[in-house]
Structure formats: C-alpha cells, structure tokens
Write a new protein. Sequence first.
Length: 129
Amino acid sequence: MSFLRVLLVGLVFMGCKDDTGISVGDNEILVQYEQSRSKEIDGKEWSVEFVGIEENSLCLPDVNCVWLGRLVVSLKINGEATILGFGDLETNAEEDFQNQVEMDGVTITFSEALNYDEESTTKIILVFE
C-alpha cells in the first residue's frame, strides 16, 4: 500500500514540472530567453514572451560579490511590452526598475532568475497573484 502512495505522490509532482524539468507553481510561468509560454492561471490565459536582456550584472553562482547585481529583462505579457528587474534594483542610476507590474488586476512579480550566466540559457520565473 505504501508503494502506491509513493507512486501517486511522485506522479502529482511530475505534473507540476515545466517542460524544462524545473518545477513551477500553479500561479507561476517559467520562460527562457527568446521564447514564449502560455498558461491558464485562475481562469485567465496568460502569455509571456521573453524578448531580451537589457542588463545582466547578477553575481554568478559560487562567486563572492560585493554587489548582488541585477537582471533587467524586456517581456511581452499578453502582447504588452514590459520591463522588469530582479536583484538589486535600488541604485543611484537614472533608471528606476521595478520587479513587478500590475495587469488586469493581477500583480506579476519577477521572482527568480535561473542559468543567467549565459544569455541563451537564461530563464526567469514570474509569479501571478
């Protein structure tokens, strides 16, 4: 009986993985550089296109840095051009980047950056709340 429980739990978690093999929540979209994803979240269809990287100064994994850095990306969310940032967004620079935007009463937050050491493999996770 316990084998069936383990199998059932494993199947449930397999269903939560994106086709990249990275687990994302029901209210999250994972998208890779120069690709797009669509997903229904709370009854509404969302599409996200990862158009480009405006800035990438994030500290690389396993490196000690004085400054966390930041990743600023340009996206199209349901066709609307948007720029979002992740990391240390508060600087003395003229540009003021945000890590979230509100669309159609939903707050969309740039919550995580993955594989950002090479532009072509950069992936981001957006949370829709």
